[in-house]
Design a protein around this ligand. Structure first.
Ligand SMILES: Cc1ncc(COP(=O)(O)O)c(C=O)c1O
Length: 458
Protein backbone atom coordinates (compact mmCIF):
# COMPACT_ATOMS: atom_id res chain seq x y z
CA UNK A 1 0.00 0.00 0.00
CA UNK A 2 1.38 3.41 -0.84
CA UNK A 3 1.73 6.14 1.75
CA UNK A 4 -0.99 8.07 -0.10
CA UNK A 5 -3.42 5.15 0.15
CA UNK A 6 -2.74 4.66 3.86
CA UNK A 7 -3.41 8.32 4.39
CA UNK A 8 -6.62 8.12 2.26
CA UNK A 9 -7.78 5.17 4.30
CA UNK A 10 -7.49 7.10 7.54
CA UNK A 11 -9.24 10.17 6.30
CA UNK A 12 -12.89 10.66 7.21
CA UNK A 13 -14.94 8.93 4.55
CA UNK A 14 -16.83 11.72 2.86
CA UNK A 15 -13.82 14.03 3.08
CA UNK A 16 -11.54 11.65 1.15
CA UNK A 17 -10.17 12.49 -2.28
CA UNK A 18 -12.75 11.03 -4.62
CA UNK A 19 -15.73 11.40 -2.37
CA UNK A 20 -14.90 15.01 -1.56
CA UNK A 21 -14.72 15.90 -5.25
CA UNK A 22 -17.11 15.46 -8.15
CA UNK A 23 -16.71 11.95 -9.60
CA UNK A 24 -15.45 11.92 -13.20
CA UNK A 25 -18.29 11.45 -15.64
CA UNK A 26 -16.90 11.34 -19.13
CA UNK A 27 -13.19 10.65 -18.77
CA UNK A 28 -11.52 7.68 -17.14
CA UNK A 29 -9.97 8.95 -13.89
CA UNK A 30 -6.19 9.08 -13.99
CA UNK A 31 -5.65 7.43 -10.62
CA UNK A 32 -7.09 4.49 -8.76
CA UNK A 33 -9.25 5.03 -5.68
CA UNK A 34 -9.89 2.93 -2.61
CA UNK A 35 -12.50 0.25 -3.28
CA UNK A 36 -14.57 1.61 -0.38
CA UNK A 37 -14.51 5.07 -1.94
CA UNK A 38 -15.48 3.84 -5.42
CA UNK A 39 -18.28 1.73 -3.97
CA UNK A 40 -19.56 4.59 -1.85
CA UNK A 41 -19.75 6.84 -4.90
CA UNK A 42 -21.66 4.24 -6.91
CA UNK A 43 -23.98 3.48 -3.97
CA UNK A 44 -24.66 7.13 -3.29
CA UNK A 45 -25.45 7.97 -6.87
CA UNK A 46 -27.76 5.00 -7.40
CA UNK A 47 -29.59 5.90 -4.19
CA UNK A 48 -31.37 8.41 -6.42
CA UNK A 49 -32.82 5.63 -8.59
CA UNK A 50 -36.40 4.65 -7.88
CA UNK A 51 -37.28 1.73 -5.63
CA UNK A 52 -37.75 -1.20 -8.02
CA UNK A 53 -40.45 -2.78 -5.86
CA UNK A 54 -42.59 0.33 -6.23
CA UNK A 55 -42.06 0.40 -9.98
CA UNK A 56 -45.38 -0.67 -11.43
CA UNK A 57 -44.26 0.26 -14.94
CA UNK A 58 -41.92 -2.65 -15.48
CA UNK A 59 -42.76 -6.24 -16.33
CA UNK A 60 -39.33 -7.34 -15.23
CA UNK A 61 -38.70 -9.36 -12.07
CA UNK A 62 -37.71 -7.34 -9.03
CA UNK A 63 -37.93 -9.97 -6.33
CA UNK A 64 -36.43 -13.42 -5.83
CA UNK A 65 -35.93 -15.42 -2.66
CA UNK A 66 -32.68 -15.81 -0.70
CA UNK A 67 -31.78 -19.18 -2.20
CA UNK A 68 -32.07 -17.66 -5.66
CA UNK A 69 -29.67 -14.93 -4.59
CA UNK A 70 -27.23 -17.63 -3.49
CA UNK A 71 -27.57 -19.44 -6.82
CA UNK A 72 -26.96 -16.11 -8.54
CA UNK A 73 -23.90 -15.25 -6.45
CA UNK A 74 -22.36 -18.63 -7.10
CA UNK A 75 -22.84 -18.31 -10.87
CA UNK A 76 -22.44 -14.70 -11.93
CA UNK A 77 -19.04 -15.43 -13.50
CA UNK A 78 -20.37 -18.11 -15.87
CA UNK A 79 -20.45 -17.23 -19.55
CA UNK A 80 -23.36 -18.90 -21.34
CA UNK A 81 -21.41 -19.31 -24.56
CA UNK A 82 -18.64 -21.39 -22.91
CA UNK A 83 -20.57 -24.62 -23.33
CA UNK A 84 -17.40 -26.65 -23.08
CA UNK A 85 -16.27 -25.02 -19.87
CA UNK A 86 -19.74 -25.08 -18.27
CA UNK A 87 -21.36 -28.20 -19.74
CA UNK A 88 -23.85 -28.50 -16.89
CA UNK A 89 -25.09 -24.96 -17.41
CA UNK A 90 -25.50 -25.82 -21.10
CA UNK A 91 -27.40 -29.00 -20.18
CA UNK A 92 -29.63 -27.02 -17.82
CA UNK A 93 -30.40 -24.48 -20.57
CA UNK A 94 -31.53 -27.43 -22.70
CA UNK A 95 -33.72 -28.79 -19.93
CA UNK A 96 -35.38 -25.41 -19.41
CA UNK A 97 -36.47 -24.88 -23.01
CA UNK A 98 -37.63 -28.50 -23.20
CA UNK A 99 -39.82 -27.80 -20.17
CA UNK A 100 -41.18 -24.73 -21.93
CA UNK A 101 -41.85 -26.70 -25.14
CA UNK A 102 -43.83 -29.15 -23.04
CA UNK A 103 -45.62 -26.38 -21.12
CA UNK A 104 -46.62 -24.81 -24.45
CA UNK A 105 -47.96 -28.13 -25.72
CA UNK A 106 -45.39 -28.89 -28.41
CA UNK A 107 -46.78 -32.04 -30.08
CA UNK A 108 -43.38 -33.71 -29.88
CA UNK A 109 -41.12 -31.92 -27.37
CA UNK A 110 -38.19 -33.98 -28.65
CA UNK A 111 -38.62 -32.62 -32.19
CA UNK A 112 -38.70 -29.01 -30.96
CA UNK A 113 -35.71 -26.76 -30.72
CA UNK A 114 -35.11 -23.76 -28.51
CA UNK A 115 -32.61 -21.52 -26.84
CA UNK A 116 -32.20 -19.00 -24.08
CA UNK A 117 -31.57 -15.37 -25.00
CA UNK A 118 -30.82 -12.13 -23.22
CA UNK A 119 -34.52 -11.23 -23.23
CA UNK A 120 -37.67 -11.32 -25.33
CA UNK A 121 -36.25 -8.78 -27.77
CA UNK A 122 -33.46 -11.08 -28.85
CA UNK A 123 -35.86 -14.04 -28.82
CA UNK A 124 -38.27 -12.14 -31.11
CA UNK A 125 -35.45 -11.18 -33.47
CA UNK A 126 -34.38 -14.83 -33.75
CA UNK A 127 -37.94 -15.89 -34.47
CA UNK A 128 -38.26 -13.13 -37.06
CA UNK A 129 -34.99 -14.19 -38.69
CA UNK A 130 -36.18 -17.78 -38.89
CA UNK A 131 -39.37 -16.56 -40.63
CA UNK A 132 -37.42 -14.43 -43.05
CA UNK A 133 -34.90 -17.14 -43.97
CA UNK A 134 -37.58 -19.80 -44.37
CA UNK A 135 -39.54 -17.49 -46.68
CA UNK A 136 -36.39 -16.65 -48.69
CA UNK A 137 -35.57 -20.33 -49.17
CA UNK A 138 -39.10 -21.11 -50.33
CA UNK A 139 -39.17 -18.11 -52.70
CA UNK A 140 -35.74 -18.84 -54.15
CA UNK A 141 -36.69 -22.46 -54.73
CA UNK A 142 -39.56 -21.12 -56.87
CA UNK A 143 -37.31 -18.57 -58.60
CA UNK A 144 -39.23 -15.67 -57.05
CA UNK A 145 -38.14 -12.24 -55.83
CA UNK A 146 -36.94 -12.02 -52.20
CA UNK A 147 -36.37 -8.30 -51.95
CA UNK A 148 -39.60 -7.18 -50.25
CA UNK A 149 -40.37 -9.26 -47.16
CA UNK A 150 -43.04 -7.94 -44.80
CA UNK A 151 -44.22 -8.88 -41.32
CA UNK A 152 -47.81 -8.34 -40.19
CA UNK A 153 -48.60 -7.35 -36.62
CA UNK A 154 -50.67 -5.00 -34.49
CA UNK A 155 -49.80 -1.32 -34.19
CA UNK A 156 -49.43 -2.02 -30.45
CA UNK A 157 -46.40 -4.30 -30.86
CA UNK A 158 -43.48 -3.78 -28.55
CA UNK A 159 -40.63 -1.76 -30.01
CA UNK A 160 -38.48 -4.90 -30.46
CA UNK A 161 -40.55 -5.74 -33.57
CA UNK A 162 -39.97 -2.32 -35.07
CA UNK A 163 -36.29 -2.87 -34.38
CA UNK A 164 -36.38 -6.26 -36.03
CA UNK A 165 -37.96 -4.80 -39.16
CA UNK A 166 -35.55 -1.88 -39.21
CA UNK A 167 -32.38 -3.88 -38.54
CA UNK A 168 -33.19 -6.78 -40.83
CA UNK A 169 -34.86 -4.95 -43.72
CA UNK A 170 -38.38 -6.21 -43.35
CA UNK A 171 -41.40 -3.98 -44.03
CA UNK A 172 -43.55 -3.70 -40.89
CA UNK A 173 -47.25 -3.94 -41.74
CA UNK A 174 -49.09 -2.62 -38.74
CA UNK A 175 -52.77 -3.39 -38.29
CA UNK A 176 -54.13 -0.44 -36.30
CA UNK A 177 -55.89 -1.14 -33.03
CA UNK A 178 -59.05 0.82 -32.32
CA UNK A 179 -61.90 1.11 -29.84
CA UNK A 180 -63.67 -1.66 -31.82
CA UNK A 181 -60.60 -3.85 -32.29
CA UNK A 182 -58.57 -3.44 -29.15
CA UNK A 183 -56.04 -6.03 -30.34
CA UNK A 184 -55.02 -7.75 -33.56
CA UNK A 185 -57.94 -10.13 -33.91
CA UNK A 186 -57.84 -11.38 -37.49
CA UNK A 187 -60.33 -8.89 -38.94
CA UNK A 188 -59.37 -7.62 -42.39
CA UNK A 189 -56.15 -9.64 -42.23
CA UNK A 190 -56.44 -10.46 -45.94
CA UNK A 191 -55.81 -6.76 -46.65
CA UNK A 192 -52.41 -6.91 -45.00
CA UNK A 193 -50.89 -10.25 -46.02
CA UNK A 194 -49.55 -11.20 -49.43
CA UNK A 195 -46.95 -13.47 -51.02
CA UNK A 196 -44.17 -11.42 -49.36
CA UNK A 197 -45.50 -11.88 -45.83
CA UNK A 198 -42.94 -13.84 -43.83
CA UNK A 199 -45.27 -14.27 -40.88
CA UNK A 200 -47.78 -12.77 -38.47
CA UNK A 201 -46.94 -11.83 -34.89
CA UNK A 202 -49.60 -12.47 -32.26
CA UNK A 203 -49.01 -11.03 -28.81
CA UNK A 204 -49.99 -12.79 -25.64
CA UNK A 205 -50.05 -9.83 -23.29
CA UNK A 206 -49.98 -6.59 -25.31
CA UNK A 207 -47.45 -4.29 -23.69
CA UNK A 208 -49.74 -1.25 -23.66
CA UNK A 209 -52.62 -2.95 -21.90
CA UNK A 210 -51.85 -6.54 -20.97
CA UNK A 211 -54.57 -7.97 -23.23
CA UNK A 212 -54.21 -11.26 -25.04
CA UNK A 213 -54.55 -11.31 -28.82
CA UNK A 214 -56.88 -14.14 -29.84
CA UNK A 215 -54.27 -16.37 -31.44
CA UNK A 216 -56.76 -19.09 -32.44
CA UNK A 217 -58.93 -16.48 -34.21
CA UNK A 218 -55.89 -15.10 -36.03
CA UNK A 219 -54.89 -18.65 -37.02
CA UNK A 220 -58.43 -19.25 -38.31
CA UNK A 221 -58.28 -16.06 -40.40
CA UNK A 222 -54.97 -17.29 -41.87
CA UNK A 223 -56.53 -20.70 -42.56
CA UNK A 224 -59.26 -18.94 -44.55
CA UNK A 225 -56.66 -16.90 -46.40
CA UNK A 226 -54.79 -20.09 -47.26
CA UNK A 227 -57.96 -21.68 -48.57
CA UNK A 228 -58.66 -18.64 -50.72
CA UNK A 229 -55.16 -17.83 -51.94
CA UNK A 230 -52.85 -20.78 -51.19
CA UNK A 231 -50.63 -18.58 -48.98
CA UNK A 232 -49.42 -20.54 -45.96
CA UNK A 233 -48.44 -17.89 -43.41
CA UNK A 234 -47.01 -18.91 -40.03
CA UNK A 235 -47.56 -17.25 -36.64
CA UNK A 236 -44.99 -16.33 -34.04
CA UNK A 237 -46.48 -15.82 -30.58
CA UNK A 238 -44.74 -13.03 -28.69
CA UNK A 239 -45.55 -14.33 -25.24
CA UNK A 240 -43.11 -12.02 -23.46
CA UNK A 241 -45.45 -11.97 -20.48
CA UNK A 242 -48.44 -14.15 -21.33
CA UNK A 243 -46.58 -17.33 -22.23
CA UNK A 244 -45.74 -17.67 -18.55
CA UNK A 245 -49.26 -16.79 -17.39
CA UNK A 246 -51.70 -18.53 -19.76
CA UNK A 247 -50.48 -22.12 -19.11
CA UNK A 248 -51.23 -21.63 -15.42
CA UNK A 249 -54.24 -19.34 -15.33
CA UNK A 250 -56.04 -20.04 -18.62
CA UNK A 251 -55.05 -23.66 -19.39
CA UNK A 252 -57.99 -24.15 -21.77
CA UNK A 253 -57.18 -21.16 -23.94
CA UNK A 254 -55.65 -22.36 -27.21
CA UNK A 255 -52.88 -19.97 -28.12
CA UNK A 256 -49.77 -22.16 -28.23
CA UNK A 257 -48.37 -25.15 -30.17
CA UNK A 258 -51.82 -26.74 -30.05
CA UNK A 259 -52.36 -24.47 -33.05
CA UNK A 260 -50.53 -25.96 -36.03
CA UNK A 261 -49.85 -22.53 -37.52
CA UNK A 262 -47.83 -21.42 -34.48
CA UNK A 263 -44.23 -22.09 -35.49
CA UNK A 264 -42.51 -20.42 -32.58
CA UNK A 265 -43.14 -18.88 -29.18
CA UNK A 266 -40.96 -16.51 -27.17
CA UNK A 267 -41.09 -15.33 -23.59
CA UNK A 268 -39.07 -13.35 -21.08
CA UNK A 269 -37.67 -15.51 -18.30
CA UNK A 270 -37.21 -12.20 -16.51
CA UNK A 271 -40.91 -11.25 -16.61
CA UNK A 272 -43.48 -13.78 -15.42
CA UNK A 273 -40.74 -16.44 -15.65
CA UNK A 274 -39.90 -14.85 -12.26
CA UNK A 275 -36.15 -14.38 -12.80
CA UNK A 276 -34.04 -11.21 -12.48
CA UNK A 277 -33.29 -9.24 -15.71
CA UNK A 278 -31.28 -10.80 -18.50
CA UNK A 279 -33.21 -13.84 -19.72
CA UNK A 280 -35.50 -14.75 -22.61
CA UNK A 281 -36.54 -17.97 -24.34
CA UNK A 282 -37.64 -18.95 -27.80
CA UNK A 283 -38.88 -22.37 -28.89
CA UNK A 284 -39.79 -23.67 -32.35
CA UNK A 285 -42.42 -26.40 -32.49
CA UNK A 286 -40.26 -28.33 -34.95
CA UNK A 287 -36.60 -28.13 -35.94
CA UNK A 288 -37.71 -27.78 -39.55
CA UNK A 289 -38.95 -24.24 -38.86
CA UNK A 290 -35.46 -23.07 -37.85
CA UNK A 291 -33.41 -23.08 -41.06
CA UNK A 292 -30.06 -24.86 -40.64
CA UNK A 293 -28.07 -22.06 -42.19
CA UNK A 294 -28.91 -19.78 -39.25
CA UNK A 295 -27.29 -22.14 -36.77
CA UNK A 296 -23.63 -21.95 -35.69
CA UNK A 297 -21.66 -24.63 -33.90
CA UNK A 298 -19.64 -24.05 -30.70
CA UNK A 299 -17.40 -26.62 -29.07
CA UNK A 300 -18.97 -28.79 -26.42
CA UNK A 301 -17.54 -31.80 -24.62
CA UNK A 302 -15.02 -32.52 -27.34
CA UNK A 303 -17.72 -32.24 -30.01
CA UNK A 304 -19.92 -29.38 -31.03
CA UNK A 305 -23.26 -27.89 -30.07
CA UNK A 306 -25.63 -25.81 -32.22
CA UNK A 307 -26.27 -22.20 -31.17
CA UNK A 308 -28.50 -19.49 -32.57
CA UNK A 309 -28.03 -16.11 -30.91
CA UNK A 310 -27.30 -12.47 -31.68
CA UNK A 311 -24.78 -12.18 -28.85
CA UNK A 312 -21.72 -14.26 -28.21
CA UNK A 313 -20.91 -13.86 -24.51
CA UNK A 314 -23.72 -13.37 -22.03
CA UNK A 315 -24.39 -14.29 -18.41
CA UNK A 316 -25.22 -17.93 -17.67
CA UNK A 317 -26.45 -17.25 -14.13
CA UNK A 318 -29.97 -16.32 -15.22
CA UNK A 319 -30.43 -19.69 -16.89
CA UNK A 320 -29.53 -21.38 -13.61
CA UNK A 321 -31.96 -19.07 -11.82
CA UNK A 322 -34.69 -20.13 -14.23
CA UNK A 323 -33.99 -23.79 -13.53
CA UNK A 324 -33.98 -23.02 -9.80
CA UNK A 325 -37.42 -21.36 -10.09
CA UNK A 326 -38.79 -24.25 -12.17
CA UNK A 327 -37.64 -26.75 -9.54
CA UNK A 328 -38.64 -24.56 -6.63
CA UNK A 329 -42.19 -23.80 -7.77
CA UNK A 330 -43.19 -26.54 -10.16
CA UNK A 331 -46.50 -26.18 -12.01
CA UNK A 332 -48.56 -25.77 -8.84
CA UNK A 333 -46.25 -23.16 -7.36
CA UNK A 334 -46.28 -21.13 -10.57
CA UNK A 335 -50.06 -21.29 -10.65
CA UNK A 336 -50.25 -20.04 -7.05
CA UNK A 337 -47.85 -17.14 -7.67
CA UNK A 338 -49.52 -16.05 -10.91
CA UNK A 339 -53.01 -16.42 -9.43
CA UNK A 340 -52.04 -14.20 -6.53
CA UNK A 341 -50.72 -11.57 -8.94
CA UNK A 342 -53.97 -11.76 -10.90
CA UNK A 343 -56.13 -11.50 -7.76
CA UNK A 344 -54.14 -8.41 -6.77
CA UNK A 345 -54.59 -6.93 -10.26
CA UNK A 346 -58.35 -7.53 -10.08
CA UNK A 347 -58.46 -6.03 -6.59
CA UNK A 348 -56.69 -2.91 -7.87
CA UNK A 349 -58.64 -2.55 -11.11
CA UNK A 350 -61.92 -3.03 -9.21
CA UNK A 351 -60.89 -0.34 -6.72
CA UNK A 352 -59.81 2.08 -9.45
CA UNK A 353 -63.07 1.56 -11.35
CA UNK A 354 -65.00 2.52 -8.20
CA UNK A 355 -63.25 5.89 -7.80
CA UNK A 356 -65.55 7.32 -10.44
CA UNK A 357 -62.98 9.34 -12.39
CA UNK A 358 -61.76 6.51 -14.59
CA UNK A 359 -62.87 3.96 -17.19
CA UNK A 360 -60.96 0.69 -17.31
CA UNK A 361 -59.55 -0.30 -20.71
CA UNK A 362 -59.21 -3.83 -19.33
CA UNK A 363 -59.20 -5.34 -15.86
CA UNK A 364 -56.14 -7.60 -15.59
CA UNK A 365 -57.93 -10.88 -16.20
CA UNK A 366 -55.59 -11.88 -19.06
CA UNK A 367 -52.15 -11.17 -17.63
CA UNK A 368 -52.15 -9.28 -14.31
CA UNK A 369 -51.76 -5.96 -16.11
CA UNK A 370 -54.45 -3.38 -16.76
CA UNK A 371 -54.90 0.14 -18.04
CA UNK A 372 -57.44 2.88 -17.51
CA UNK A 373 -58.28 6.28 -18.91
CA UNK A 374 -59.95 9.39 -17.55
CA UNK A 375 -63.74 9.29 -17.98
CA UNK A 376 -64.79 11.49 -20.88
CA UNK A 377 -65.85 14.89 -19.52
CA UNK A 378 -64.67 14.14 -15.98
CA UNK A 379 -62.42 17.19 -15.66
CA UNK A 380 -60.64 19.95 -17.55
CA UNK A 381 -58.30 20.62 -14.63
CA UNK A 382 -55.94 17.68 -14.75
CA UNK A 383 -54.92 14.61 -16.74
CA UNK A 384 -53.32 11.24 -16.11
CA UNK A 385 -49.80 12.69 -16.36
CA UNK A 386 -50.63 14.82 -13.31
CA UNK A 387 -51.80 11.76 -11.44
CA UNK A 388 -48.62 9.96 -12.48
CA UNK A 389 -46.55 12.85 -11.03
CA UNK A 390 -48.53 12.96 -7.78
CA UNK A 391 -48.00 9.22 -7.30
CA UNK A 392 -44.31 9.58 -8.12
CA UNK A 393 -44.02 11.96 -5.17
CA UNK A 394 -45.00 9.02 -2.96
CA UNK A 395 -42.49 6.70 -4.64
CA UNK A 396 -44.92 4.86 -6.97
CA UNK A 397 -44.09 4.61 -10.66
CA UNK A 398 -47.42 4.27 -12.45
CA UNK A 399 -46.82 5.41 -16.02
CA UNK A 400 -49.24 7.38 -18.19
CA UNK A 401 -48.67 7.28 -21.95
CA UNK A 402 -50.48 7.67 -25.25
CA UNK A 403 -51.84 4.61 -27.02
CA UNK A 404 -50.19 3.66 -30.34
CA UNK A 405 -50.85 5.11 -33.81
CA UNK A 406 -54.49 5.77 -34.66
CA UNK A 407 -55.31 6.01 -30.95
CA UNK A 408 -52.61 8.48 -29.91
CA UNK A 409 -55.23 10.95 -28.65
CA UNK A 410 -56.05 8.48 -25.96
CA UNK A 411 -53.89 8.57 -22.84
CA UNK A 412 -53.95 5.61 -20.49
CA UNK A 413 -52.27 4.72 -17.25
CA UNK A 414 -51.15 1.20 -16.51
CA UNK A 415 -50.27 -1.05 -13.59
CA UNK A 416 -48.19 -4.21 -13.95
CA UNK A 417 -48.71 -6.48 -10.96
CA UNK A 418 -45.71 -8.71 -10.31
CA UNK A 419 -44.67 -11.24 -7.73
CA UNK A 420 -43.69 -9.14 -4.73
CA UNK A 421 -46.55 -6.63 -4.86
CA UNK A 422 -48.27 -7.89 -1.73
CA UNK A 423 -51.95 -7.25 -1.07
CA UNK A 424 -50.93 -4.83 1.71
CA UNK A 425 -48.76 -2.82 -0.67
CA UNK A 426 -51.54 -2.88 -3.27
CA UNK A 427 -54.01 -1.55 -0.68
CA UNK A 428 -51.57 1.29 0.11
CA UNK A 429 -51.27 2.04 -3.59
CA UNK A 430 -55.04 2.11 -4.08
CA UNK A 431 -55.40 4.43 -1.10
CA UNK A 432 -52.77 6.74 -2.60
CA UNK A 433 -54.54 6.72 -5.98
CA UNK A 434 -57.81 7.62 -4.23
CA UNK A 435 -56.20 10.40 -2.19
CA UNK A 436 -54.34 11.92 -5.12
CA UNK A 437 -57.40 11.74 -7.38
CA UNK A 438 -59.42 13.52 -4.68
CA UNK A 439 -56.67 16.14 -4.39
CA UNK A 440 -56.67 16.76 -8.16
CA UNK A 441 -60.47 16.79 -8.27
CA UNK A 442 -60.44 19.44 -5.54
CA UNK A 443 -58.42 21.92 -7.64
CA UNK A 444 -60.22 25.09 -8.51
CA UNK A 445 -58.12 25.89 -11.56
CA UNK A 446 -56.33 23.78 -14.17
CA UNK A 447 -52.88 22.26 -13.62
CA UNK A 448 -50.23 23.46 -16.09
CA UNK A 449 -49.86 21.19 -19.09
CA UNK A 450 -46.88 22.83 -20.79
CA UNK A 451 -43.98 20.51 -21.54
CA UNK A 452 -45.93 17.45 -20.44
CA UNK A 453 -44.75 14.39 -22.27
CA UNK A 454 -44.70 10.68 -21.63
CA UNK A 455 -41.57 9.59 -19.81
CA UNK A 456 -42.31 6.03 -20.78
CA UNK A 457 -41.75 4.12 -23.97
CA UNK A 458 -42.70 0.66 -25.10
C1 LIG B 1 -45.02 -8.08 -25.84
C2 LIG B 1 -43.56 -7.79 -25.59
N1 LIG B 1 -42.64 -8.24 -26.46
C3 LIG B 1 -41.33 -8.04 -26.29
C4 LIG B 1 -40.87 -7.32 -25.19
C5 LIG B 1 -39.39 -7.10 -25.03
O1 LIG B 1 -38.97 -7.87 -23.94
P1 LIG B 1 -37.53 -7.76 -23.29
O2 LIG B 1 -37.61 -6.55 -22.43
O3 LIG B 1 -37.44 -9.04 -22.51
O4 LIG B 1 -36.51 -7.67 -24.35
C6 LIG B 1 -41.79 -6.83 -24.25
C7 LIG B 1 -41.34 -6.04 -23.11
O5 LIG B 1 -42.09 -5.47 -22.36
C8 LIG B 1 -43.17 -7.08 -24.45
O6 LIG B 1 -44.09 -6.63 -23.59
Amino acid sequence: MSAQEIQDDREPEFARPGEATVAPRTKLPQHESLPETAKQIVDDETMLDGNSRLNLATFVGTWMDDQARQVYEAAFDKNMIDKDEYPQTAAIEDRCWHMLADLWNAPDAEASIGTSTIGSSEACMLAGLAFKRRWQHARRAEGKDVSKPNLVMSSAVQVCWEKFCNYFDVEPRLVPISEDHKTLDGHDLQRYVDENTIGVVAIMGVTYTGMYEPVAQIAKALDDIQTATGLDIPIHVDGASGAMIAPFLQPDLEWDFRLERVHSISTSGHKYGLVYPGLGWVVWRDKKWLPDDLVFQVSYLGGSMPTFALNFSRPGAQVLLQYYVFLRLGFDGFRTVQQEAQDTALFLSGGIAKIGAFDLWNDGSDIPVFAWRLKAGHTQNWNLYHLQDRLRMKGWLVPAYPMPDDLTDLTVQRIVVRNGLSRDLAAELLADIETETAYLDGLESPMPVEAQHPAFHH
